[in-house]
Write a protein that binds this ligand. Structure first.
Ligand code: DAH
Length: 351
């Protein structure tokens, strides 16, 4: 292109191109290069400003300007990247040629992490329930008194409150004492019929020992349908236990009282830690309460907005922490959340 036919912006593009390539090759370290990059391509950069000029040009000149300035931008980006690579490589070479560098020193190997046994068992239990058509829900640990007690047929005067010593918050809310607090939440959130589980941490204000902890894990299950039976409930429980414990376990069902189910049951399993002979985990009885359950009380259905004339449900509150202890033969619940890394390191992937 001869100089008298060259468009007026061509010279500016050429000048900027020259300036930038000089600045890029003159940058000796990554910081300086970054400064060059910002000065060219940043919001107020020289190339950015040049490219904005397109708005001031005639329609027929825009195409030529767009391709010339875009081409420059492409070249600049490329040389920035190349320069960055060169600087990095030079850095490594300099380090290697430093006489204090000893390439025979062994490298640092990174340690493989471990999934906490509670999380592992929870994930496996979730898989089992998902395969049976359950949804997995997550509910808050800070709860209202209504969801945790009232809606579950446990008014303030009810003696059942004494069984769940509670951490109260100044706001009048509480740390949920059981995952059952999610039951009415689920009834309001999902359209019946539904099946859902909601695992999580629960809190009790109580003295700790080998089988009691102020913070532990439960997994609540709730199935709502037109007709449900204890048979469905037991079959789901058995499917879960054999999947998690990977062996046939002896279970026993006995009546249990919980204000939010009628009838209510305790499903116990023979203690897997001592194989039924008696230890601190099973309080020398050979049995461990693992799965309290029952048919949802009509008052709870009402609190969840469901008409007990049309809907029924069953629920269970699996002691997830206890199940983990049974699976791995852990004899003290306090180890689970004790924060000792050596404990978790004992659980290798695949165990
Ligand atoms: N929420 C009860 C507790 O922590 C356990 C429980 C009992 C849950 C019976 C249930 C149930 O869903 O049906 O002591």
């Amino acid at each position: 292109m001869s100089s008298d036919t060259a468009p007026s912006w061509q010279a500016d593009i050429d000048r900027l191109s020259e300036q930038l390539s000089e600045a890029i090759s003159g940058a000796d370290d990554l910081e300086a290069l970054r400064a060059v990059e910002l000065a060219a391509l940043g919001r107020k950069g020289s190339l950015t400003a040049l490219m904005k000029r397109i708005g001031t040009l005639d329609k027929d000149e825009r195409k030529a300007f767009g391709s010339a300035s875009g081409g420059l931008r492409g070249r600049v980006t490329k040389s920035l990247n190349e320069r960055r690579e060169t600087i990095r490589r030079q850095g490594v070479l300099a380090e290697l040629s430093d006489s204090s560098f000893d390439e025979t020193v062994p490298g640092r190997s990174s340690e493989l992490g471990h999934v906490h046994p509670l999380n592992r068992v929870q994930m496996e239990a979730e898989d089992v329930f998902v395969s049976m058509g359950f949804e997995v829900l997550d509910y808050p640990e800070v709860e209202s008194e209504f969801n945790n007690f009232e809606a579950l047929n446990i008014p303030s005067w009810h003696p059942a409150r004494d069984m769940q010593d509670t951490f109260w918050l100044e706001s009048g809310q509480l740390l949920r004492t059981h995952t059952s607090a999610g039951q009415v939440r689920a009834m309001h959130a999902l359209k019946a019929p539904f099946r859902a589980i909601f695992p999580g941490k629960v809190y009790r204000y109580e003295a700790t020992d080998a089988s009691h902890e102020h913070t532990f894990h439960q997994l609540e299950g709730l199935m709502i349908d037109r007709h449900v039976s204890v048979g469905h409930l037991l079959d789901s429980m058995r499917t879960l236990l054999s999947a998690i414990l990977r062996r046939e376990v002896t279970v026993r069902l006995r009546p249990g009282y919980f204000p939010f189910v009628e009838p209510g049951f305790e499903l116990d399993i023979s203690c897997q830690v001592c194989e039924g002979t008696g230890c601190s985990v099973c309080k020398q009885s050979g049995w461990v309460e693992l799965l309290p359950c029952g048919l949802v009380h009509p008052n709870v259905l009402r609190a969840g907005g469901l008409d007990p004339e049309h809907w029924q449900g069953w629920a269970f509150g699996l002691g997830l922490s206890r199940l983990v202890m049974m699976r791995y033969g852990i004899d003290d619940i306090r180890l689970l959340l004790g924060g000792d890394a050596r404990f978790v390191e004992g659980f290798h992937p695949g165990t």
